[in-house]
Design a protein around this ligand. Structure first.
Ligand SMILES: *[C@@H]1O[C@H](CO)[C@@H](O)[C@H](O)[C@H]1NC(C)=O
Ligand SMILES: *[C@@H]1O[C@H](CO)[C@@H](O)[C@H](O)[C@H]1NC(C)=O
Ligand SMILES: *[C@@H]1O[C@H](CO)[C@@H](O)[C@H](O)[C@H]1NC(C)=O
Ligand SMILES: *[C@@H]1O[C@H](CO)[C@@H](O)[C@H](O)[C@H]1NC(C)=O
Ligand SMILES: *[C@@H]1O[C@H](CO)[C@@H](O)[C@H](O)[C@H]1NC(C)=O
Ligand SMILES: *[C@@H]1O[C@H](CO)[C@@H](O)[C@H](O)[C@H]1NC(C)=O
Ligand SMILES: *[C@@H]1O[C@H](CO)[C@@H](O)[C@H](O)[C@H]1NC(C)=O
Ligand SMILES: *[C@@H]1O[C@H](CO)[C@@H](O)[C@H](O)[C@H]1NC(C)=O
Ligand SMILES: *[C@@H]1O[C@H](CO)[C@@H](O)[C@H](O)[C@H]1NC(C)=O
Ligand SMILES: *[C@@H]1O[C@H](CO)[C@@H](O)[C@H](O)[C@H]1NC(C)=O
Ligand SMILES: *[C@@H]1O[C@H](CO)[C@@H](O)[C@H](O)[C@H]1NC(C)=O
Ligand SMILES: *[C@@H]1O[C@H](CO)[C@@H](O)[C@H](O)[C@H]1NC(C)=O
Length: 751
């Protein structure tokens, strides 16, 4: 026998050995830096030494150094490592060990459905002007397609000197030329992912290049440069621009594979690096559900970012419309819900008698035939009948709500075109010429066909018509996750709504946007929907506000956005909730309102929060000192004034029925800071909440100088709520001649 077999044998044994180590997993370990022996020059060497003492000695395949995945400098005191259960147990007895959390997988809040083609562009109406010019937005996502025109740096000034980032990692080069004055940094993080999922390492590229598309889209949404005549095959033709079109972007890629997977050790390493590099704003369209704050690597890492003054925008999630589906219920970030906009994609049907009717359409092809015969086919439920009229435009009527299966019939029958009479707007067909018209127009079409003698009725179809007057808009979309937040219900989440449905932004040129018949279609821009899309809008507005108000804390920026947001839509009625049958959206869906960047620049008053306020909240949540340390990194947390009543620009009270007393009350304290005119008086008013008494004391605040702080109390009294998931809400508004400072008030039993 030759030597190959023995090699194979050895390999097989080794593989077997690796396999038996499969029990090992990644952990994120909190350490107490204050007990680090003086002998160690830095924390990394201390961690290595600590680990070497617990490493199983017969583990020859892995050296100690490879067990540490990352040492973290900013987001926590500690490291991540791949350990066997025995090693993990042994580590718990080491000097300085505080606690550990498992390295949990998480997914990006990608689109909620393939309904990417859309109805509304983001407005981009407000000129970003100089705002955002020296602001750096870090985007934690799937990477970037650096060649996209949205990252051109035409006319941009020098990179701000505060930027410390050195790396621009693409295609295995340490320092590539893909970066410029717009795209100023690019780094990837896959060590945790590779340690946890060794079996898929070959599919992971060592590059920040976006192989999925999502990160290109979100980073262009936050801060893409202006690109003229951007469109999606003719729909939504116009100038594409990020919200802060002169801000810089730095891309951090901890998300891998076709399914946009990530692990927290990589994500917090990305946040750690972004803090070191000097970003001002972070945009993160991912999050954990259903874990306590002290085990949520995101909550932990963003606490450090908040302390450094970084404004962190996160997505609410796409798990709506049920209550308690919101993630990132973290009190020190802004949590963003998603709404629709006012743009729609249309098609026209022009009848032989010259009458032209408009309906919804998303067909991407080039439809040219005119004077086609048009026939009415009832509900289009008979495929055999449809086959017989392949060369005609068929008209189908939605009678019983089974329309989607009938769409399938006409597509399968390959009729030349179809008109559906339906009130459904979601019949999006990209590769089949279909127009959806309303009942009124449907009657006109049916009358025309019936009155035309002898099937002489003809029509033509045209597509790619964009309208900007959809009403009502915005509405909170179906998929957007709803509060209250499980991890901390005492702070009302989500905070705010931004444009999330059918957002057009940059897309990698080599990733197909869809299959059109038998060929793939490519586009430099694409429509996507989700809270992933609304999150970078708010990050972009954060950059504008930071540019205009360098001295504002992240909490002040969040407050400015929330108290100036819109609660009325473009019909001047309260914003609706598509997920709740178009009823008025409650703050558990909408947050404080829909973001209004121009008004947020000048809010009048802000609700500021300092680090100790957050600690007081963590104390009141009854977390152990150890648990609080996991978040704050401080070994001494002052819990002398625990309080669930955070100085937040919104209110949520739980009036659950369990208690014997039929009535109850709750009081909140708030302190507002005057960031508007020097001498001014604000007067309170309350939008009544039916069945509840809400009072404000005092109801007048007289400011004599800028940055003065004044306090008030808000008291809610009323019955306990008995029915499941009851929600009542109203608003507290402080008003002077110039400013309206509004906060939502929610009373609920949904905790
Ligand atoms: C990368 O390139 C920049 C600009 O050319 C340079 O300043 C920096 O030192 C380089 N960094 C590394 C790690 O080579
Ligand atoms: C890799 O292993 C994990 C479990 O350890 C499994 O869930 C996953 O499907 C595997 N992936 C591949 C590509 O084999
Ligand atoms: C990426 O880098 C890691 C470690 O640096 C290496 O093990 C892996 O093979 C590389 N992957 C590719 C696809 O080059
Ligand atoms: C988009 O609009 C521009 C200017 O209005 C026009 O020149 C261009 O042809 C349009 N492109 C498409 C695809 O409709
Ligand atoms: C579509 O039809 C409407 C009337 O319903 C008409 O006003 C409009 O000009 C038509 N648009 C095109 C591009 O044909
Ligand atoms: C429609 O025509 C344009 C211009 O000729 C072409 O670029 C595009 O690929 C065509 N679309 C389809 C779906 O074939
Ligand atoms: C469909 O129409 C054919 C006649 O073209 C008829 O024989 C058949 O019964 C119909 N099928 C259904 C399900 O109505
Ligand atoms: C749409 O029409 C169907 C019946 O055709 C009806 O059941 C449904 O309630 C309508 N939906 C809306 C939103 O009007
Ligand atoms: C109706 O159609 C028949 C045959 O299909 C034809 O003979 C007749 O002339 C047509 N009548 C009219 C009014 O067009
Ligand atoms: C914390 O514990 C106290 C005392 O047991 C209790 O009254 C309070 O309700 C708890 N707070 C929370 C948020 O669970
Ligand atoms: C939270 O506190 C519990 C009880 O003290 C402890 O078992 C756990 O390790 C702590 N977790 C963290 C991350 O601090
Ligand atoms: C509100 O206050 C009034 C006057 O104090 C009282 O009569 C009423 O019962 C209160 N209503 C509720 C719902 O608490």
């Amino acid at each position: 026998m030759d030597s190959r077999i023995s090699i194979c044998l050895l390999l097989c044994i080794s593989l077997q050995f690796i396999y038996t180590l499969a029990d090992s997993d990644n952990y994120i370990i909190h350490m107490d830096l204050s007990v680090m022996p003086k002998a160690f020059s830095n924390q990394h060497s201390w961690y290595e030494s600590t680990l070497s003492q617990v490493t199983t000695t017969n583990n020859m395949l892995k050296s100690t150094s490879s067990k540490i995945i990352y040492t973290y400098n900013n987001v926590m005191n500690g490291f991540s490592a791949n350990l066997s259960p025995e090693e993990h147990e042994a580590l718990k007895n080491s000097v300085g060990y505080i606690s550990s959390i498992p390295d949990l997988p998480l997914k990006l809040d990608t689109t909620h459905s393939p309904q990417f083609l859309g109805l509304n562009p983001y407005k981009g109406a407000w000129p970003a002007s100089d705002y955002g010019k020296d602001i750096i937005i870090g985007v934690i996502d799937t990477g970037v397609w650096p060649e996209s025109e949205s990252f051109n740096d035409n006319g941009m000034t020098e990179i701000p000197t505060k930027w410390k980032g050195q790396l621009c990692q693409f295609e295995n080069t340490k320092n590539s030329s893909f970066c410029n004055k717009k795209l100023i940094g690019a780094r990837f993080f896959n060590k945790g992912f590779l340690a946890k999922y060794r079996n898929i390492s070959e599919t992971i590229v060592n590059s920040t290049r976006d192989t999925e598309g999502h990160g290109t889209h979100t980073s262009a949404t936050a801060a893409g440069s202006r690109v003229d005549s951007a469109s999606f095959f003719g729909y939504a033709n116009g100038t594409a621009s990020g919200i802060a079109s002169l801000s810089r972007v730095a891309i951090y890629k901890p998300v891998w594979g076709p399914d946009a997977d990530a692990v927290s050790s990589d994500v917090i390493a990305a946040i750690d690096a972004a803090i070191s590099d000097g970003v001002d704003v972070l945009s993160m369209s991912l999050g954990y559900s259903d874990i306590p704050l002290y085990e949520d690597a995101f909550a932990i890492a963003t606490f450090a970012a908040m302390e450094k003054g970084i404004f962190v925008s996160t997505s609410a999630g796409n798990s709506g419309p049920s209550f308690k589906t919101v993630h990132n219920g973290t009190p020190w970030v802004i949590t963003v819900a998603a709404g629709t906009l006012d743009r729609e994609s249309h098609g026209n049907l022009t009848l032989g008698n010259g009458v032209s009717l408009t309906g919804f359409a998303t067909y991407l092809g080039n439809f040219s035939a005119s004077n086609l015969p048009i026939v009415f086919m009832g509900t289009c439920d008979n495929y055999t009948e449809l086959i017989k009229v392949k060369s005609k435009i068929v008209v189908c009527e939605d009678k019983d709500g089974t329309l989607s299966s009938h769409v399938y019939n006409v597509v399968e029958a390959e009729v030349v075109g179809a008109v559906f009479i339906s009130n459904a707007s979601e019949l999006l067909q990209y590769s089949f010429p279909l127009i959806t018209i309303n009942k009124k127009n449907g009657e006109i079409v049916k009358d025309y066909i019936q009155s035309s003698s002898n099937s002489s009725s003809i029509a033509k179809m045209s597509f790619k018509i964009t309208s900007f007057d959809a009403k009502p808009a915005p509405s909170v979309d179906f998929y957007s996750s709803r509060g209250p937040a499980k991890s901390c219900p005492y702070v009302l989440k989500p905070d705010i709504t931004g444009p999330g449905t059918s957002i057009l932004a940059a897309w990698p040129a080599n990733i197909p946007v869809l299959d059109f018949g038998d060929h793939k279609l490519f586009s430099k821009f694409k429509f996507l929907s989700g809270t992933s899309m609304s999150c970078p809008h708010v990050a972009g507005v954060g950059a504008l506000l930071k540019g205009a108000h360098a001295d504002w804390s992240p909490a002040a920026i969040r407050s400015a956005m929330m108290t100036t947001s819109d609660i009325l839509d473009n019909t001047k009625k309260p914003i609706k909730d598509i997920g709740k049958g178009n009823k008025v959206a409650t703050p558990l869906a909408l947050g404080a309102g829909h973001i209004n960047p121009n008004r947020a620049l000048d809010p009048g008053l802000v609700y500021d929060v300092v680090v100790q306020d957050y600690v007081n909240l963590l104390c009141a949540l009854n977390f152990t000192q150890e648990n609080i340390t996991a978040i704050t990194r401080s070994s001494t947390n002052d819990c002398s004034k625990p309080s669930l009543d955070l100085n937040y620009p919104s209110f949520i009270a739980f009036f659950n029925a369990e208690n014997s007393s039929s009535r109850t009350s709750q009081e909140f304290s708030r302190t507002v800071t005057n960031v508007g005119e020097e001498k001014t008086t604000y007067v309170a008013s309350i939008t009544p909440i039916e069945g509840f008494n809400v009072t404000v004391i005092p109801d007048k605040l007289v400011f004599s100088k800028k940055n003065e702080k004044l306090s008030y109390k808000l008291r809610i009294e009323g019955p306990r709520m008995t029915q499941e998931d009851e929600v009542a809400f109203g608003y507290l508004t402080w008003q002077n001649e110039k400013h309206v400072v509004r906060s939502p008030i929610v009373v609920t039993n949904s905790q």
